[in-house]
Design a protein around this ligand. Structure first.
Ligand SMILES: NC(=O)c1ccc[n+]([C@@H]2O[C@H](COP(=O)([O-])OP(=O)(O)OC[C@H]3O[C@@H](n4cnc5c(N)ncnc54)[C@H](OP(=O)(O)O)[C@@H]3O)[C@@H](O)[C@H]2O)c1
Length: 339
């Protein structure tokens, strides 16, 4: 075990896309654990679009990361030393581990969850983790798709969108994705079983939506916001449900972003637009994981994981989410999985 802990700290707040200068690296002695705590060797960092928001000095569902603090993120690691009855050396734990080589479970009341043995770590951070559960609860609890309805998913090839669309297929819906390349669209259609997929970079979305959703749109699971949200709002049916999961097209905006100019569609179509934050569903994750486990086992839900090697690459890796360079759930590997 190393005697030091390499960390990546926020050095300055990004304006627009994240730049390397926004971070600095620091090597500190390994944290000393106290009673009730455990030392965790971090293995995979979960790189999520929401981290971009935490770097801004603005109100959100969690406080901003302060200048000089380790960048916050979820992830998994192995307990290497414990002074807590909750953790045994060798346990694999999930929690807020941060952009660093080691973290402490149980510090300041921040407990981590011990993962069941045998669960692949990359699956625990994707289809059975935050993105999979976001797809599950967002689609089923907010979107409430009904057999025969038409469901559109933006960010359709991403970690959340790809699973959300497959869940809507399982419910018996017509499912149309929107993604940023022909390769991604082909994967969504041919491998995941979506009925169609629109390449928003090369195709005219309004025309293609008319073509692929001849009966209109009953559920829109939106990961992107902006122009795509407006385009889909123009096609919604009466009593449609628009699930606001995220708005990644806006996360690097340097000016206040305009709302959808056609929001009157919600009035005209007696429709509902509702946001949610997955943290509110944590007490129900057991239920979601059980259901998802069945679907993955039956081959009804497939998923991809995109692993970037090395803690030092976390700052550049996060921009892959905004350029669309990631293929599936983006993780940074900090150290090897236990053999
Ligand atoms: N509400 C919640 O609690 C919750 C929880 C988790 C995630 N989310 C949200 O879910 C969304 C997806 O997150 P994820 O972790 O699953 O990431 P992801 O979808 O795996 O990766 C992000 C994808 O967004 C697409 N994208 C980036 N910029 C875009 C733009 N300007 N226009 C259109 N598409 C763009 C890219 O795909 P293309 O190549 O297709 O452009 C990229 O691959 C995000 O909005 C995130 O904030 C919400």
């Amino acid at each position: 075990m190393s005697s030091t802990n390499r960390q990546i700290l926020l050095a300055s707040r990004p304006v627009g896309m994240i730049r390397d200068e926004c971070f600095r690296s620091e090597t500190t002695p390994l944290p000393e654990i106290r009673d009730g705590e455990a030392l965790v060797r971090n293995i995979y960092l979960s790189i999520d679009p929401t981290i971009r928001g935490w770097l801004d000095d603005s109100e959100s569902y969690l406080p901003p990361v302060q200048i000089g603090e380790v960048v916050r993120c979820g992830g998994v690691g192995e307990v290497v030393e414990s002074k807590s009855p909750n953790y045994q050396p060798g346990d694999i734990v999930f929690g807020m581990i941060g952009w660093q080589e080691y973290s402490v479970a149980g510090r300041d009341g921040q407990e981590m969850n011990v993962l069941p043995k045998g669960l692949p770590l990359t699956a625990a951070l994707s289809v059975f983790g935050v993105t999979g559960m976001t797809a599950y609860f967002g689609m089923l609890e907010i979107g409430k798709p009904v057999e025969g309805e038409t469901v559109v998913v933006s960010g359709a090839a991403g970690a959340t969108g790809s699973v959300a669309g497959q869940i809507a297929k399982i419910q018996g819906c017509r499912v149309v994705g929107i993604a940023g390349s022909d390769e991604k669209c082909a994967w969504v259609r041919d491998e995941l079983g979506f009925d169609d997929c629109i390449n928003y970079k090369t195709e005219k979305i309004p025309e293609r939506l008319r073509e692929s959703c001849p009966q209109g749109v009953d559920v829109f699971f939106d990961n992107v916001g902006g122009q795509i949200l407006e385009n889909v709002l123009d096609r919604i049916n009466q009593r449609a449900r628009v699930v606001l999961c995220g708005a990644i097209s806006q996360y690097n905006a340097t000016e206040k972003v305009p709302g959808p100019s056609n929001y009157m569609q919600l009035v005209i179509q007696r429709a509902r637009m509702e946001g949610f934050i997955i943290m509110d569903y944590i007490p129900r994750f057991g239920e979601g994981i059980m259901k998802m486990g069945g679907w993955v086992g039956e081959g009804k839900v497939k998923f991809l994981v995109d692993i970037v090697d090395g803690l030092e690459n976390a700052p550049s890796a996060i921009n892959r989410l905004f350029t669309g360079a990631n293929n599936g759930k983006l993780l940074v590997k900090v150290s090897d999985e236990p053999s």
